[in-house]
Design a protein around this ligand. Structure first.
Ligand code: SF4
Length: 328
């Protein structure tokens, strides 16, 4: 490996720079091998294709988690459904790039749906009039089929998802990503470079082992200059649906996501309880927002969705955005 110059930048030098994979900032980065291989330095025509295809998508949000099993896909579906429900004129798309574990077709009740191809690309599956979904799950013969792909093939599929899906005009495209920092993340960020990414929402649970992995996720975002919109703590407490007593299943011994968000100077967007009714709705593909609108979980979801910052819009928050749409 080439010597690292003493004045090398301490932030990501850019995946296409000559220092990619070799700068001091790259030490320990999960993408170091792929960046050092030179693949990312090749000009990729996919970047301009993605930019053109997504020119009608106003905000692109990435939902990330350091660990698997923290409820990232659930949170993705809740944000998407909540945004779509907030206003019938708000168009939302969900792109499930968790290639090895696509769960959006089940959560959004689209198992068994077919993706059709037309002259303008793949048509996403419409879960609702203003909520559409594309997932590798639609391309598998059976939901139990395993996807065993190496990096380049995953990279190619993400490029196709980003450049060949005919979303139409969207206010929000929300990407459900795999846990951790992997090929899929680097591919998505590279291809979206010119199209622009509004920011990332990070999902965690309160216990130390999850928070340790979230720190790596935050570090990754900062290294690739991906803005962090905030963190959502999931499964903060369990409230028994019968006796209503609550218990901390994953004790926040180090202060949970609140303390971590403060330490890293990022916003805590909200905390959600471990709610068996939410789990049941997700397993059955039901929309908890309409099934149980009075549920405390639903009220919390609406609260944090409304507080999401959308720096790519001229409006400060969703309430103002919805207000402006209703009044035009
Ligand atoms: S993504 Fe990681 S390895 Fe690649 S250039 Fe940036 S810091 Fe270096």
């Amino acid at each position: 490996m080439a010597d690292v110059p003493s004045d090398a930048p301490q932030h990501c030098p850019g995946t296409e720079s000559t220092d990619a994979g070799k700068a001091s900032a790259c030490a320990g980065c999960p993408n170091q091998t792929i960046c050092a291989s030179g693949i990312t330095k090749q000009p990729d025509p996919g970047i301009s294709l993605v930019k053109e295809k997504l020119s009608t998508v106003r905000n692109k949000l990435l939902v990330l988690s350091g660990k698997g099993g923290v409820g990232k896909s659930t949170i993705t579906s809740l944000i998407s459904r909540s945004l779509a429900l907030s206003n019938p004129n708000t168009n939302v798309g969900v792109l499930d790039i968790d290639i090895c574990g696509p769960s959006q077709p089940r959560i959004l009740n689209a198992i068994g749906e077919q993706v059709h191809q037309s002259g303008s690309g793949w048509s996403p599956v419409y879960v609702d009039d203003n909520l559409s979904l594309m997932s590798i799950g639609f391309l598998l013969a059976s939901p139990s089929d395993a996807v065993i792909w190496r990096g380049p093939k995953k990279n190619g599929m993400i490029r196709q998802f980003l450049s060949e899906v005919d979303w139409g005009t969207l206010d929000y495209l929300i990407l459900d990503t795999p846990p951790g920092t992997s090929d899929e993340h680097l591919s998505a960020i590279s291809y979206l470079k010119d199209a622009g990414i509004t920011g990332a929402i990070i999902v965690t649970t309160p216990q130390q082992v999850a928070l340790l992995d979230v720190r790596k996720e935050i570090d990754f975002c900062r290294k690739v200059s991906l803005p962090i919109l905030g963190v959502i703590e999931n499964m903060s407490v369990f409230v028994c649906p019968k006796c209503k007593n609550s218990a901390e299943i994953f004790p926040a011994l180090t202060g949970g996501a609140r303390a971590m968000a403060k330490e890293f100077d990022i916003e805590l967007l909200g905390s959600l309880p471990l709610d068996p009714l939410l789990t049941k709705c997700c397993d059955e593909g039901k929309n908890i927002l309409t099934e149980m609108p009075e549920s405390p979980t639903v009220l919390l979801v609406l609260e944090f969705t409304e507080s999401l910052p959308y720096p790519d819009t001229k409006f400060g928050n969703l309430n103002e955005f919805a207000f402006s749409v209703f009044n035009t």
